[in-house]
Design a protein. Structure first.
Length: 199
């Protein structure tokens, strides 16, 4: 398969890349690195990226920022970061790719643990994660041409713990290998409309 992978440079992206590149051709896309560059929050830019990439069989998105701040410091403006980047950015990848992805292709998005197991300062990311879960469950029933869609929802990765572990007291980190396998299950398997939890 030829897989468009957005956000391959991050910890989750590296886990997905290491697993899938063993068997597939990976085209990497990022804001500042990769084979192609795009801003996923810009629908037109995403469409341009797909036209440049050409034929593809699957999309894996490991992209999306969110604001981590105490609830009392959140404003409509900084709350929109998670909605614009993590939610709409990934939804843009689906909507812009519906007509160009190959028959039987798949979209795999990325959310995270915080809508299931919240932490302080995580309400923006938790909201984004919950929105993505709702989107894939609903979008799956309207997919045509045998297309599938899922979202991988990992806990804090072991490789990320040195940087972010203090924000996740008591959370058990997950291995990059297990996270990579979840992406393989979504891309290579038959599931659709699922939240693939890694914990």
């Amino acid at each position: 398969m030829r897989i468009v992978m957005v956000g391959a440079a991050g910890d989750i992206g590296q886990a997905a890349l290491n697993e899938l590149q063993q068997r597939h051709e990976i085209v990497t896309v990022g804001r500042s690195s990769g084979d192609y560059r795009t801003d996923v929050a810009d629908f037109a830019a995403v469409g341009d990226m797909y036209r440049k990439v050409g034929q593809f069989d699957a999309v894996v998105s490991c992209a999306g920022d969110a604001t981590f701040a105490p609830l009392k410091e959140l404003t409509p403006e900084n709350f929109m970061l998670g909605l614009r980047q993590k939610v709409m950015g990934q939804i843009n990848l689906v909507l812009a790719g519906l007509d160009t992805i190959a028959d039987g292709g798949s979209f795999t998005l990325t959310s995270g643990v915080l809508d299931r197991d919240p932490i302080r300062m995580g309400s923006n990311a938790a909201t984004a994660n919950g929105a993505l879960a709702g989107f894939v469950k609903s979008a799956a029933i309207e997919m045509l041409r045998g297309l599938r869609i899922n979202v991988v929802s990992p806990g804090l990765l072991e490789v990320s713990e040195p940087r972010y572990g203090k924000w996740f007291p008591g959370h058990k980190p997950v291995s990059s290998i297990d996270v990579g396998r979840a992406f393989a299950k979504s891309v290579e398997g038959a599931l659709t409309g699922q939240v693939l939890v890694v914990e």
